[in-house]
Design a protein around this ligand. Structure first.
Ligand SMILES: [Zn+2]
Ligand SMILES: [Zn+2]
Length: 261
């Protein structure tokens, strides 16, 4: 048994035991139906519908018709190899992410990581390293934890893949993006990330985030990793904002879904 396999097995056993003890000491309530004993009960979990149908083979957004790529990826291909999300940012999934992000429901990271593990196992992606989208220092100080790292660390341990929360950093604080249109979001994030070449050269990296809105964060983080010598970048999130027409990136700028992020 390799060191990474043994370490990950021990880590998973420890986390599972830890959260079982926490549930016993402080019984949780389902973030969607308020039922005692679960952070997200089985019934509410089953209500979450995975994204399916015809998805853009590059950015993973649902598309109409039979083309393989959405209009935006055809016109301006993103720097990553492929991006996928488990579900749309609505209903119980939205509430679960909200609980993880704003209500300190840390156990939710493990619950939301599991469907992502299943997606990776089916994807055929060859991944050497898993990284979460980093928070800025200011956000880290106020929140106290990175919600994406809670998901990515459990996911990496389950798949026996190396995990690093330090090799890519936000080098400057970016303004809050809620009220920005897509162009402003991209400009706001330009050069916001720095990736350390020492751990990245020639490696295939998987970036994890909780929610994708316009994709600006993933694209800029992917660029930083590629500039640092990474080989291929894959992006995966729990949820994403979906619009019912193909011009999704621009359309999202005025979509009310952004207001809840
Ligand atoms: Zn429930
Ligand atoms: Zn696309």
């Amino acid at each position: 048994m390799t060191d990474i396999t043994l370490t990950n097995k021990l880590l998973l056993q420890f986390t599972s035991l830890f959260w079982k003890s926490m549930d016993w000491l402080y019984p949780p309530r389902c973030c969607n139906c308020d039922r005692w004993g679960f952070v997200l009960c089985e019934e509410c979990f089953k209500l979450i519908e995975p994204l399916n149908g015809n998805l853009c083979k590059k950015c993973g957004h649902p598309i109409f018709g039979k083309s393989s790529f959405c209009e935006e990826c055809r016109l301006s291909p993103p720097p990553y190899t492929q991006m996928l999300s488990w579900t749309s940012h609505t209903g119980p999934a939205q509430k679960a992410i909200h609980a993880l992000k704003y209500k300190r429901n840390l156990a939710m990271g493990r619950i939301l990581a599991q469907p992502l593990v299943d997606i990776i196992e089916k994807s055929g992606w060859k991944i050497d390293l898993v990284v979460p989208i980093p928070l800025s220092k200011t956000r880290m100080r106020t929140r106290g934890y990175n919600q994406a790292a809670l998901i990515s660390s459990y996911l990496a341990a389950s798949l026996y893949i190396q995990h690093s929360a330090n090799c890519v950093k936000r080098v400057r604080d970016t303004s809050t993006q809620i009220d920005m249109d897509v162009n402003k979001r991209f400009t706001n994030l330009l050069d916001a990330f720095y990736a350390n070449p020492a751990t990245l050269t020639k490696r295939n990296i998987l970036i994890i985030d909780d929610v994708i809105t316009t994709g600006a964060t993933m694209q800029n983080c992917a660029k930083a990793l590629l500039n640092a010598g990474a080989e291929k970048i894959y992006c995966l999130s729990v949820a994403r904002a979906i619009l019912r027409h193909e011009k999704h990136h621009q359309g999202l700028a005025s979509n009310s879904a952004l207001q809840s992020l």
